[in-house]
Write a protein that binds this ligand. Structure first.
Ligand SMILES: Cc1cc2nc3c(=O)[nH]c(=O)nc-3n(C[C@H](O)[C@H](O)[C@H](O)COP(=O)(O)O)c2cc1C
Length: 171
């Protein structure tokens, strides 16, 4: 019975989630001809058949309404060399975020940041509201990969890089 369990506080939850290291992505749309976007770590693969991913967007973020209205979004998985792009996105107003980065479009018209490790272009398939956030399921209609690079990560409240060498399983 869920009611009998002790509540987990918002603080406890957030402290725990700090250790869920994640890749840093820009989720983006074209709205009235202009690129709009925000940083998001809550991006996850759903299934390969059909190709689908999800993004969790706070309902108070300006992009929430934009995704709902345009019906599409892009996900640019940032390379560690795009640390400055991430900082600029976080510190600037929604209308200024794309001023320092090079971008183009793939299929839907959503902005795809050039130099990202990979760009996914998605049509909104469905959405589910949960608490303060909306989960948007995106049917992937295009993928563009870079030749090389490593992801920009976020862990314990800071940006981080993966080590250069992969860990190799023993035994
Ligand atoms: C590293 C990082 C990851 C973030 N991940 C998410 C996320 O997954 N979902 C989300 O709604 N906001 C996330 N945010 C917060 C949004 O990027 C930020 O609140 C948003 O840009 C504010 O929206 P607005 O100024 O366009 O209204 C993240 C912020 C940072 C710094």
């Amino acid at each position: 019975m869920a009611g009998a369990r002790p509540d987990v506080s918002v603080q406890e939850f957030k402290m725990g989630m700090r250790y869920l290291a994640a890749a840093v992505n820009v989720v983006s749309v074209i709205e009235e001809g202009a690129p709009r976007g925000m940083l998001a770590t809550a991006v996850c693969s759903v299934c390969a058949e059909p190709p689908m991913l999800l993004v969790c967007v706070n309902q108070v973020a300006s992009l929430h309404r934009s995704i709902r209205e345009t019906g599409h979004f892009g996900v640019s998985v940032l390379d560690e060399r795009q640390f400055d792009t991430a900082c600029h996105f976080m510190s600037s107003a929604a209308t200024e975020r794309f001023t320092l980065c090079d971008w183009d479009t793939l299929v839907t018209g959503a902005p795809a940041i050039r130099g990202a490790l990979v760009n996914f272009d998605c049509e909104v398939e469905s959405s589910v509201d949960r608490g303060t956030h909306t989960i948007y399921f995106g049917r992937v209609v295009a993928v563009r990969r870079s030749e090389s690079g490593r992801p920009l990560m976020y862990h314990d409240g800071n940006y981080a890089c993966l080590g250069p060498e992969p860990l190799v399983a023993r035994g």
